[in-house]
Write a protein that binds this ligand. Sequence first.
Ligand code: NCD
Length: 309
Amino acid sequence: MSVLHRKDILRTDLLSDEELELILSTAARFEGELQAGGRLHNMAGQILATLFFEPSTRTRLSFETAMQRLGGGVITVADSKTSSAAKGESLADSARTVAGYADVIVIRHPRQGSAQEVADAVDVPVINAGDGAGQHPTQALLDVYTIQKETGAREGLTVTLAGDLKYGRTVHSLSHLLARFGCRLFFVAPAGLEMPARITADLRKVGAEIGETTDLVAAVGESDVVYMTRIQRERFEDPAEYERLRGSYVIDSALLQQAKPGITIMHPLPRVGEIALEVDAYEGAAYFRQVANGVPIRMALLALVAGRE
Ligand code: NCD
């Protein structure tokens, strides 16, 4: 059994180097097996529960695809209004109930720390699919998998993370992994949406070189990868503040003319205007390939925590 057997996947800063390498190499193996047309049965007889208390398209469907590609079954709560949460049941009680049915739980919830609460309440492995403005570790894993595939490298790259760095959980998780690979990071955010100081301090502690700026053009001019994010409207108390900040940064062809040649453009999606449609034709536009990489990464995570890799 691997080091990840029966483990929870809650935050990227809690993954060891060994665990990280194991996830990436297992994903590459599964991807190869899928491409060769293989039918996999690693998770036969196992049930995955996906509990989504916030909207999702890619994360939930790719977890469910991953489980089915491995021959396992899926039960889901995709709309909390139809579950007992609507009757006032606590998250811990809902989780204990689901742990009686399923072998692995994947949870997305608006409260930061919610995945940890679920993990504390149950014995089955719990995977965090986004806890409010906290973390989104499985997205970050598919992001580094994508960076490796797209650039052929990962150590020593220069990467710009742009947009809503305050509330964006994907960049919180991703920055920890990039720092570990010795990447140079540029953080580009409008005033008020900067990367939380606590995270920047943690990254600097592990030796990350970080440039914080509001100048997207200057940052992409030096970057191998730009990772764009959406302003997280659902986290704003004041809708006027969201309206003021949306559209702060947009990647379009004019901007790309000033970017480093061959730059890779990524986004966790959904985009709501941060990447102009004209950019889709650019060969470095990797965001839809990035989405597809979610399946092998999530296959690897499910199989590893279940001891079925
Ligand atoms: C992200 C999320 O939910 O944090 N979406 C995703 O899982 N691909 C990014 C976002 O919603 O902006």
